[in-house]
Design a protein around this ligand. Structure first.
Ligand code: HEC
Ligand code: HEC
Length: 443
């Protein structure tokens, strides 16, 4: 090939590359979607920070992110060796935070309800966990509400479906309520939701953090490196453990989801159908009027009148469970009754249980529920139901498009990067009971 034909060739290749570029840049859907998103805060608002970009991840000023805290938290969250306070000794060292927040299940339990202490088995991603018959139903660690995902938790100032934890954000002005419940007393420390909640959470989930235990497994040097400003008496405590776990949880960002790639400029990351779905989400279907935070979450509470967990049949919960009242269960205010926090929407595909009572098992059912806008829970007075919950008149194909966007467009396929390869105790994780050990291939 002579020189001019090389130049000609290069020119042709460039031309083809450019025109291909132009084809997808010029897609009408991309322009329309971009313009719709601009009306809701813009592309940057919905672009999640990279998990190592500590400067740009929202954090509690009392607990600045650092690599060593994140590393320590990544161990502790999965550490079955912390399970040292079970109701029956048989469950010693058998469960962890990740028993109910299973990574491959989108950091949810893989079943409608999570069970830690008093549970046996794992299956493939938690779906086969069951109650140990050594336990009474009232003795197991299982809450009367579907576990929230901890993905994108950096954007949650006040944790739980009722937002009860955290001194900041929506809880400013609720100070008088904090001492009414021994759990929310922790808010008086003044931290954000996660830092507060995880101090209590370790105790609630029957885990032990102490100098002796940290020495035994070899975590002490990590605490020393992460928390040099704490005196030795205060360095190996539920508070520092909470700080480390919270730091780790703040890095769980679904940055590899197709929608995230699209926001960052890869216009081919979403299919045309997913783009259509996204346009409905930010347009005709009006989902973004509530799901308008960076992870499509919001620190707002609404009643959609969905069923509670006891109504689908779960352990250790009933119609009298305070969790069923949502925000009202925390504030006691009539106007807050049956209102629940707007959850984030990434990696929902990983575990088919939706809404706070796990009353829907496909995303199609969820979309139909919004499309019909008929509340299913008779206990919720119609006066509480959000005025933004109204029939949408979506066609069949529009519903398919919307489902395609949520299920696949918002699915980060690589959550495994957030899972440690081992934990320092050497135990099996996320569970370590005999049934789980078999399921997890630890024996
Ligand atoms: C027995 C199951 C179970 C275990 C074990 C468990 N969780 Fe949870 N987690 C839940 C449930 C249920 C909720 C929602 C509770 C509610 O809203 O009332 C939740 C909510 C959360 C949230 C709030 C997320 C948000 O968006 O508000 C965080 C953070 C969290 N858990 C962290 C942890 C940590 C850290 C541990 C270990 C110390 C842990 N969890 C152990 C079941 C569990
Ligand atoms: C009125 C505000 C509002 C609107 C509008 C809204 N949502 Fe939601 N969404 C919520 C709240 C609040 C919840 C949690 C409700 C509960 O479980 O009690 C929720 C839950 C969900 C869930 C289940 C998430 C989970 O973790 O279980 C999905 C999926 C969802 N919404 C998608 C959508 C889609 C799609 C649209 C548009 C068709 C939409 N939402 C419109 C407020 C809203």
């Amino acid at each position: 090939m002579n020189r001019s034909s090389v130049i000609l060739c290069t020119f042709l290749i460039l031309l083809i590359a450019c025109s291909k570029d132009q084809i997808y840049v010029a897609t009408q859907n991309d322009y329309s979607l971009k313009s719709l998103i601009s009306q809701h805060g813009g592309l940057d608002h919905f672009t999640l920070p990279e998990s190592t970009d500590y400067a740009n991840i929202p954090q509690d000023a009392s607990n600045p992110l650092s690599q060593i805290k994140v590393e320590l938290g990544k161990f502790l969250f999965f550490e079955t060796g912390l399970a040292l306070d079970p109701v029956h000794d048989i469950a010693m060292e058998s469960y962890s935070c990740a028993s109910c927040h299973v990574p491959s299940a989108g950091f949810r339990p893989g079943r409608p309800q999570g069970i830690a202490d008093g549970g046996l088995g794992f299956g493939i991603q938690g779906e086969e966990r069951f109650m140990d018959t050594e336990y009474q139903e009232t003795e197991i660690d299982a809450q009367g509400i579907r576990p929230l995902s901890v993905l994108n938790a950096a954007f949650v100032t006040n944790t739980l479906w009722n937002g009860q934890f955290g001194a900041t954000g929506v809880n400013v002005g609720t100070e008088d309520l904090w001492s009414l419940d021994p759990l929310t007393e922790v808010n008086h420390l003044g931290f954000d939701g996660m830092e507060c909640q995880n101090i209590e959470g370790l105790d609630l989930h029957r885990m032990v953090i102490s100098k002796e235990v940290m020495d035994e497994y070899g975590y002490t040097p990590y605490f020393d490196a992460a928390f040099p400003e704490f005196s030795e008496e205060e360095r190996y405590t539920p508070m520092t453990a909470s700080f480390a776990i919270s730091a780790y949880l703040r890095t769980l960002l679904t940055t590899e989801a197709p929608f995230q790639k699209w926001l960052k400029g890869d216009k081919d990351a979403l299919t045309e159908q997913q783009k259509n779905g996204a346009m409905l989400f930010f347009g005709k279907a009006n989902c973004s009027s509530c799901h308008n935070g960076p992870s499509l979450n919001a620190m707002k509470f609404y009643a959609l009148g969905v069923n509670d967990l006891y109504q689908i049949g779960a352990l250790n919960t009933s119609a009298a469970d305070g969790k069923n009242k949502g925000r009202g269960g925390f504030t006691g205010e009539e106007e807050d009754m049956f209102k629940f926090k707007v959850p984030q929407l990434y990696n929902l595909n990983d575990s088919p249980f939706y809404f706070h009572g796990a009353s829907k098992e496909t995303l199609r059912d969820v979309v139909e529920y919004f499309n019909d806008a008929i509340p299913e829970n008779e206990n919720v007075p119609s006066s509480q139901i959000s005025s933004k919950f109204y029939p949408l008149n979506l066609t069949e194909s529009e519903m398919n498009d919307l489902v395609s966007f949520i299920s696949d467009g918002l699915n980060d396929p690589n959550l495994q990067r957030y899972v440690p390869e081992y934990i320092l105790s050497g135990n099996c994780f996320p569970n370590n009971d005999p049934f789980s050990r078999l399921d997890l291939g630890c024996d």
